[in-house]
Design a protein around this ligand. Structure first.
Ligand code: KE4
Length: 425
């Protein structure tokens, strides 16, 4: 019997001094109608909560922990660097080393600016695109999330190619009036928007594989159409690879889809579990950032040597030959196992796996965009989440998130997970 007594107490205490008891809303488990567990420690694929329950973790801190938790070599590098001081606000060679690794790994990146979160990476990319083009409009896609910067917190208005309305109080209408919202995987919609707004469009920002409506891969001409229209209209193509960067392959998914972005946002994995983000792209664009250019952005802890040390160690380990094919194979085996059991249990579902990320939608499918994703039975997902938690499996506490597999998830963990799907009530 799984008990959550200590988590319950800690949650009670945290709600007194932290809004909702959490430092990021999705962690509050509201989307699955329960209270969050509190974690004591983690190692490899496992989380251990304060009540001593062990879970096989498929959320992996929302993506960063691709090598599993508390990886000895990552922590070793962090300890070595920390012993020499933790923050100087003055350049260190380590930042150059991580930047060189990113430049070598991603062909479309000639220069990169490190920041402290994915949101900051997106803020930098959008300001850069607007500054370089002198234009204001940004196209984003419904169901994609790019951090909590004001002009990205928009919801669809009525009809296609409409200008976004704020999706959160506190965001002035003026801040989202230049954000055009389009359906994901709809090449015609992009054509229409460019016909309507033409040379007003500074940039298109897209998750090349969507992870924030659940996992939704791009359909055949989607990314190529965006690339073609951005090139034709002098707009900047921003790939938000905060999730996909170094997740599907070493580097970027741009190689997989043969679509080159002008700017790429990174985060999560490149920090190895420490706060980080990055915006990279062609030198002619990146050099327009202060201090070489006029477009301003800054950060006290940007490129922090401790975070960068974790990132360097992580990327070095991700170069291991055969690592990504093994991750993909493990994910395929897991998803096939889950699928078979849900079929046996006659539970309506569809699974979107790609590389080592996947989502089990409680939805007959196919799930190809936000409108199809939101048809999912979120109550069924909530029941599944809670049932799996009691079986010792930790899934993201929301239907509209991505699950991730790490290099530390072994066959025994996959077998245990499939067994848990059969037992989850
Ligand atoms: P951060 O500011 O949270 O580091 O990154 C924002 C961001 C940007 N772009 C993409 C594609 C992202 O997925 C994210 C953040 N992802 C969410 C989970 N889907 C973080 C979890 C949370 O908000 O607590």
């Amino acid at each position: 019997m799984t008990v959550f007594q200590k988590s319950k107490k800690l949650f009670h205490d945290s709600t007194k001094v932290i809004p909702g008891g959490v430092n990021s809303p999705v962690r509050a488990f509201r989307a699955v109608g329960s209270n969050p567990i509190f974690i004591d420690k983690a190692k490899g694929p496992y989380l251990y909560d304060v009540d001593g329950n062990r879970y096989i973790d498929y959320c992996l801190s929302w993506g960063p922990m691709i090598l599993g938790h508390a990886h000895a070599e990552v922590l070793g590098n962090v300890r070595k660097v920390m012993a020499k001081g933790t923050s100087f606000g003055i350049p260190t060679e380590l930042e150059t080393q991580l930047a060189e690794m990113i430049v070598q790994a991603i062909g479309s990146i000639e220069k990169v600016r490190l920041v402290s979160s994915g949101t900051e990476a997106v803020m930098t990319a959008i300001r850069l695109a607007r500054g370089c083009t002198g234009r204001d409009k940004i196209i984003k896609f419904i169901g994609c999330y790019h951090g909590h910067v004001d002009h990205m917190l928009v919801q669809a208005g009525s009809g296609a190619t409409t200008l976004g309305a704020p999706s959160s109080p506190g965001v002035p209408k003026d801040f989202t009036k230049h954000t055009v919202l389009l359906p994901y995987n709809d090449p015609e919609g992009i054509e229409k928007a460019f016909n309507k707004y033409q040379d007003q469009i500074a940039a298109v920002i897209v998750e090349p594989i969507a992870g924030n409506m659940g996992v939704v891969p791009p359909q055949k001409d989607f990314l190529k159409t965006i690339r073609k229209l951005c090139t034709k209209n002098g707009s900047i193509l921003i790939f938000d690879e905060v999730i996909t960067g170094f997740r599907i392959k070493y580097g970027s998914v741009q190689d997989i889809f043969s679509v080159k972005a002008d700017l790429t946002c990174l985060g999560k994995i490149i920090g190895g579990g420490f706060p980080i983000g990055a915006c990279g792209g062609k030198a002619e664009l990146m050099n327009q950032l202060a201090p070489t250019g006029q477009i301003y952005q800054a950060g006290t802890l940007s490129g922090n040597p401790v975070c960068v040390a974790a990132g360097i160690a992580t990327l070095n380990l991700l170069k291991t030959k055969g690592l990504y094919p093994a991750l993909e194979a493990a994910t395929k085996t897991l998803c096939e196992g889950i699928h078979q059991v849900l079929l046996e249990r006659n539970i309506e579902h569809t699974i979107n796996p790609i590389g080592s990320m996947f989502t089990v939608f409680f939805n007959p499918g196919p799930v190809t965009d936000y409108d199809s994703a939101i048809k999912s039975d979120t109550q069924a997902y909530a029941r599944f989440h809670h049932g799996m938690l009691k079986e010792g499996i930790y899934l993201p506490p929301s239907q509209f998130e991505a699950c991730f597999v790490s290099t530390q998830h072994k066959q025994r963990d996959i077998d245990r997970t499939v067994k848990a799907v059969r037992a989850a009530r």
